[in-house]
Design a protein around this ligand. Structure first.
Ligand code: COA
Ligand code: AMP
Length: 632
């Protein structure tokens, strides 16, 4: 079947299409409905079905002869450790840790926050929650205590799972210091914390609150799988929205399992038994879907890599991993390749390794520039597939579905809509635009299985963020266009979300922190293009009158404030003091125009602008301070 035939089938009879795909996973009880509405009128997949995601990821394979196959390779250049778990061994670990949680009273429907680095215990913890029907929420390690506290207060976890530390190249990050500060700030207090002590740093445990992971494990009894409804939440993953408050993207069990299994077959073209590697972090959606759940549900071997593309120990580390584990399909963010290219532009280190096991390289997480795409292709001699998706979708929305048919690659485009996604590019009034005209990228409802069915405890925000701008359509937040051959080009976010080194961040959040500095009268934080990280945030501040602080002093203080309040991952390092900001007559800051000036792009100032002379003034200032394209 061609891609077009397969895609058309998913569009003409979605229920029959997704009913057939649901046959690929094991159900304790088959769904009674394929697509239905919940009590709030929202679309839900596979109502009536009963399953367990951890069962699909582990028990099912052990029961069907895959027990001795490696399920998880842990490769940690930052500690020098390597470990391999067969499906049998990983199941045993998960059964026992689920027993630990159960003994602490964690049960179906309880929430559990996981604040842990890239170690096997994190994967075990996620699967143990899934086994009990508990809902995990993994928080990325690069966030500051305040961000963790916000998530604790929103998810209201029964338990918090943590490790004593994370390791960033050679820096040891004290995770319990962050947890302690977050719990001091949070209103909600979990029943307790279970702490995994790593040899690099021993955390001192708080009597009555903290439990030692290993000692609980030594007394644990194994726990069985709890069958859950297809619509029961599997996890909550917080992601940046356009306000300072993150959005709790919810994922269900049934639609998620079906969609991920489908994606492995038809998007990634990988078979059970083969090795799949997503070099990302379990704190992001890529880690949830393609380090943990999809490879295991599909019966692949997955790799948990605790390192960076460079400096751990060098820019050849990715090629070493591909050779060592015979990786078939590799997935990472373009920024990782830009970092490698900067250190080893001629690919000398690649020559030391045999990467011939590799069939495809998939890139996502941010826009992939053509130069990087071409460099990767030449270096690895495999098709480089740019594909597009987001935390909300949980799996790709645009891709070259190589498991169905390999379409010709058009650099700059993430190819065509994946089955189930009725993607349109529309004008501000919701009209579909003709070929090559840029507009908002939307998906006609219903979204396919696996996509967010709602936000955690916030249906109103779900509707206002995604469903109200274009009634009948889900608004992705991205802009783009479709060319005459049906290839979609994503041109970037059209809201205030930025993508720094593949990490999604909110400039509104950073602005909130900058604005709270006592010397700041007003400010704007914008994301500007950066050769390595894709985008970086820059703050423009107007000081209150009478304040005599130097730009260096202000920059130092504001950078520290953003690190403390948002986290180092924000990579907020540059601040410029300006006399005024460009605004409309009604006082709205023209951030988009500031971005265009920084990126050297043409723009039409709106007729509502308060004072046109601010624009050349700003352009001159950026040039003087080496901000944006003129810095190159
Ligand atoms: N825990 C604690 N701190 C973390 C962290 C974590 N899990 N992840 C990042 N940080 C910190 C870093 O130590 C760094 O702190 P610093 O300012 O004190 O140096 C800061 O956050 C920024 O980190 P990072 O974004 O990793 O930038 P970098 O300059 O250290 O490395 C890259 C650049 C490109 C090598 C790196 O960003 C990378 O590997 N990106 C790929 C991203 C990716 O896989 N994204 C997933 C989507 S597919
Ligand atoms: P996240 O939710 O962190 O996965 O970030 C999702 C956002 O990253 C999307 O809305 C896009 O703006 C951007 N993005 C992800 N993949 C791509 C891609 N292949 N091309 C362009 N932008 C992308």
């Amino acid at each position: 079947m061609t891609y077009q035939e397969f895609y058309d089938k998913s569009m003409s009879s979605p229920q029959a299409f997704w009913k057939a795909q649901a046959e690929a996973i094991h159900w304790f009880k088959k769904p009674t409905q394929i697509l239905s509405k919940d009590e709030e009128g929202l679309d839900r997949w596979y109502e009536g079905g009963m399953l367990n995601t951890a069962y699909l990821a582990l028990d099912y394979h052990v029961e069907n002869g895959r027990g001795k196959q490696i399920a998880l390779y842990y490769d940690s250049p930052v500690t020098g450790r390597k470990q391999a778990f067969t499906y049998e061994a990983l199941l045993e670990e998960v059964r026992m840790f689920a027993g630990v949680l159960k003994a602490q009273g964690v049960q179906k429907g309880d929430t559990v926050i996981i604040y842990m680095p890239m170690i096997p215990q994190t994967v075990i913890a996620m699967l143990a929650c899934a086994r009990l029907g508990a809902i995990h929420s993994v928080v990325f390690g690069g966030f500051a205590p305040h961000e963790l506290a916000i998530r604790i207060d929103d998810a209201k976890p029964k338990f918090l799972l943590a490790a004593s530390c994370g390791i960033e190249i050679s820096k040891v990050i004290d995770y319990m210091k962050i947890v302690n500060a977050a719990l001091e700030e949070a209103v909600h207090q979990p029943d307790g914390c279970i702490v995994y002590q790593r040899p690099q740093l021993t955390a001192s445990l708080k009597e009555g609150r903290d439990f030692d992971w290993e000692s609980l494990l030594s007394r644990a009894q194994p726990a069985d799988c709890v069958p859950v409804e297809a619509t029961h939440p599997l996890y909550i993953l917080y992601t940046s929205g356009t306000t300072g408050r993150p959005k709790g993207v919810m994922r269900d069990n049934g639609g998620h399992a079906v969609a991920l299994k489908f994606s492995m077959d038809y998007i990634y073209g990988i078979k059970p038994g083969e090795v799949y590697w997503a070099a990302s972090d379990v704190g992001w959606v890529v880690g949830h879907s393609y380090i943990v759940y999809a490879p295991l549900i599909h019966g692949c071997s997955t790799i948990l890599f605790e390192g960076k593309p460079i400096k751990t120990p060098d820019a050849g580390t990715f090629w070493r991993v591909i050779e060592e584990y015979k990786v078939k399909v590799f997935f990472t963010a373009p920024t990782a390749f830009r970092a490698i290219k900067k250190e080893d532009s001629r690919g000398e280190l690649k020559k030391k390794y045999d990467t011939s096991s590799l069939d495809y390289l998939f890139l996502a997480g941010e826009r992939c520039d053509v130069a990087t795409l071409e460099w990767c292709g030449e270096l690895l001699q495999v098709p480089v597939i740019d594909h597009w998706w987001q935390t909300e979708s949980g799996w790709p929305m645009l891709a070259n579905m190589v498991g169905v048919e390999v379409l010709p690659i058009k650099p700059g485009s993430a190819a065509k809509p994946v089955c189930g996604y009725d993607l349109r590019v529309v004008s501000p009034d919701g009209e579909s635009l003709p070929a090559n005209q840029e507009g908002a990228v939307v998906i006609r409802l219903p979204l396919p299985p696996g996509c967010l069915p709602n936000l955690w405890n916030d249906t109103a925000r779900y509707l206002s963020s995604y469903m109200s701008a274009y009634p009948g359509y889900y608004f992705t937040g991205d802009g783009g266009f479709i060319d005459e051959d049906g290839y979609v080009f994503i041109t970037g976010r059209i809201d205030d979300i930025i993508n720094v080194a593949g990490h999604r961040l909110s400039t509104a959040k950073m602005e909130e922190v900058v604005a709270s500095h006592p010397a700041v009268a007003e400010c704007a934080v914008i994301g500007i293009e950066d050769q390595m990280k894709g985008q970086i945030p820059v703050g423009f501040v107007v000081l209150k009158s009478g304040i005599e602080k130097s730009e260096e002093e202000m920059e130092k203080e504001l950078v520290q404030m953003v690190r403390t309040k948002v986290g180092p991952v924000a990579a907020f390092k540059k601040v410029a003091i300006v006399q005024r900001l460009p605004k409309t007559r009604s006082g709205k800051i023209l951030r988009r125009i500031m971005r265009h000036i920084a990126d050297g792009k043409s723009f039409n100032p709106p007729s509502t602008i308060e004072d046109m002379t601010v624009l050349p003034e700003l352009e001159g200032l950026m040039k003087d301070k080496h901000i944006g394209h003129s810095a190159d």
